[in-house]
Design a protein around this ligand. Structure first.
Ligand code: HEM
Length: 182
C-alpha cells in the first residue's frame, strides 16, 4: 500500500503512545524506524505487520485497531491535503458512498499504483443501505466499518453498521447493512 497509509498508522500510534510507542511498534513489526514516504508503495505485508504490532502495543484485537484506523483515516486525509476531495464527494453518507469509486479513481491520477477497493450501494429502504465491499485484500472489513463511522461523524449523522455477509470462498464480497438513524 502507499506510504500514506502507513504514515497514518504512525500518526495514530504517536497520538496515543508517543514516539516511544511508535519505536516499540516498529521493532515488533520488524520495520526499521526510518519513516514512510507517502507517495511510495510498500508491500502490503508491512501494513499488516504494523497492525499486528499496534494490536499488541495497545492490547486491542486487530479488528479494533483497524476500526480505529478507519475512523482516523477520515481525519488524517482531511489534514493531509485531501480535504477538498472529501468535501467534493458529498455531505452525507449515501451521496458520499455512491461516489467512492470515482473518488479513488481521481486519487489514482496521482497514485497510479493504487489498488483501491470497490463499493456498490443498494438502497434497501428509505434509511437503509446495503454496502457491498470488494477488495483483492483480505481482513479489512473492520477498517470499512471504521471509515463509515468516521464519515458519519464528519457529516454529523447517526448510523448503525453491521456486517451481514462476510467474504468467504462461497461469497466473495463483504456486505454491510447501514441504517441511517437521522
Ligand atoms: C480523500 C481521502 C482518501 C484517500 C487519499 C484514500 C487513498 C487510499 C489509498 C492510498 C489506499 C491504499 C491502497 C493502495 O495503496 O493500494 C486506500 C485504501 C483504501 N481506501 Fe481509500 N482513500 C480515501 C478515502 C477513503 C474513504 C472515505 C473510504 C471508505 C469509505 C476508503 C476506503 C478504502 C479502503 C477500504 C481501503 C483498503 C484497501 C482495500 O480494501 O483493498 N478510502 N485509500
Amino acid at each position: 500500500m502507499y506510504g500514506l497509509v502507513n504514515r497514518a498508522i504512525e500518526q495514530l500510534v504517536i497520538a496515543h503512545r508517543g514516539e516511544d510507542g511508535w519505536a516499540r511498534v516498529c521493532k515488533k513489526a520488524d520495520w526499521s524506524d526510518e519513516g514512510f514516504v507517502a507517495m511510495q508503495t510498500y508491500d502490503d505485508a508491512v501494513t499488516y505487520r504494523l497492525v499486528g504490532a499496534v494490536s499488541e502495543e495497545l492490547g486491542l484485537h486487530a479488528s479494533e485497531v483497524l476500526k480505529a484506523f478507519g475512523e482516523y483515516w477520515i481525519l488524517y486525509t482531511a489534514e493531509e491535503g485531501y480535504g477538498a476531495m472529501l468535501s467534493m464527494c458529498g455531505n452525507n453518507i449515501k451521496d458520499f458512498l455512491t461516489g467512492m469509486n470515482q473518488m479513488h479513481a481521481r486519487i489514482a491520477v496521482t497514485m497510479p499504483n493504487i489498488r483501491p477497493p470497490h463499493f456498490t450501494i443498494k438502497e434497501v429502504g428509505e434509511n437503509e443501505l446495503n454496502l457491498i465491499y470488494e477488495s483483492d485484500r483480505d481482513g479489512l472489513a473492520p477498517m470499512v466499518e471504521g471509515l463509515i463511522s468516521g464519515l458519519a461523524k464528519r457529516f454529523g449523522q447517526r448510523i448503525s453498521i453491521e456486517l451481514i455477509q462476510a467474504k468467504s470462498r462461497e461469497a466473495p464480497k463483504d456486505v454491510f447493512r447501514i441504517l441511517i438513524l437521522d
